[in-house]
Write a protein that binds this ligand. Structure first.
Ligand SMILES: Nc1ncnc2c1ncn2[C@@H]1O[C@H](COP(=O)(O)OP(=O)(O)OP(=O)(O)O)[C@@H](O)[C@H]1O
Length: 233
């Protein structure tokens, strides 16, 4: 579904990505891991068209994404939940979900506000609240709900559990598990290996702008010390 091959990119003249390669198959949950500052968010920015790719290729469902504007990449069916959530703070929960609703690719069972509320009952209870009055966890759920309302073929979650209380994190992990059961393809950027092992089909480790290790959950378990060494400061 998504094929990223030898991607390089950076900011101005500062190269951050040197060789990023990974793939996501239909219905797969793929995880990008790595220490802070290793280039995971930059990878996401480059594949979403928010940052130009310098070299390499990004293909999505057989189409080349490199060189397309961010708006056109989104229209191909990539939905991003960015680090730091970024919901519309001056709109209510309900309005946040409605304003982005789109089913451009004609999905047979599109996401609706009611389906998002079913996934996150807590949001339903707060549907009239302005987004800036929500807790961090509720904002994260709203950010995910909002991305789902665009009916993305591929959902990208950048540090969706970061900075949340354990009980709220559990709800986000449960949501990711549920989306996987529904066949949603997802790229997850996160560091919680134990939780990732429950939901991810494949893992890629990013180190200084390069994908340096990859494997299925069985390989992560077999080489846990190696993987943890990549993640420890
Ligand atoms: N706008 C920017 N301009 C210049 N350099 C940047 C910019 N944003 C990030 N960087 C640098 O790019 C490198 C990779 O950052 P990136 O955010 O991709 O890392 P990350 O792996 O996602 O880590 P984190 O978990 O901290 O977000 C870092 O050295 C960072 O300082």
């Amino acid at each position: 579904m998504l094929r990223v091959k030898n991607l390089t990119s950076g900011y101005d003249r500062s190269q951050i990505l040197f060789d990023i390669s990974f793939e996501v198959g239909p219905g797969e949950v793929v995880c990008l891991m790595g220490r802070n500052g290793m280039g995971k968010t930059t990878t996401v920015r480059a594949l979403m068209g928010l940052l130009p790719a310098w070299d390499g290729a990004v293909e999505f469902e057989g189409r080349r994404l490199t060189g397309l504007s961010a708006a056109r990449v989104a229209r191909q069916g990539l939905g991003l939940v960015p680090e730091g959530r970024q919901v519309f703070s001056n709109l209510t929960v309900h309005e946040n979900l409605l304003v982005v609703a789109a089913n451009r690719r004609g999905e047979a069972q599109p996401w609706t506000v009611d389906r998002v509320y079913e996934l996150f009952p807590g949001l339903h209870e707060r549907n009239g609240s302005y987004a800036n009055l929500l807790s961090g966890g509720e904002q994260q759920m709203l950010a995910i709900g909002r991305a789902l309302m665009t009916n993305p073929r591929l959902l990208i979650l950048d540090e969706a559990t970061e900075g949340l209380a354990p009980v709220i994190r559990d709800q986000i992990w449960a949501c990711i598990g549920r989306l996987r059961q529904l066949g949603q393809s997802i790229v997850v950027i996160d560091k919680h290996i134990q939780r990732l092992l429950e939901v991810a089909d494949r893992f890629f480790v990013v180190e200084k702008g390069r994908t340096v290790w990859s494997g299925a959950p069985s390989r992560v378990r077999a080489e846990e010390a190696v993987v943890k060494a990549y993640l420890s400061v």
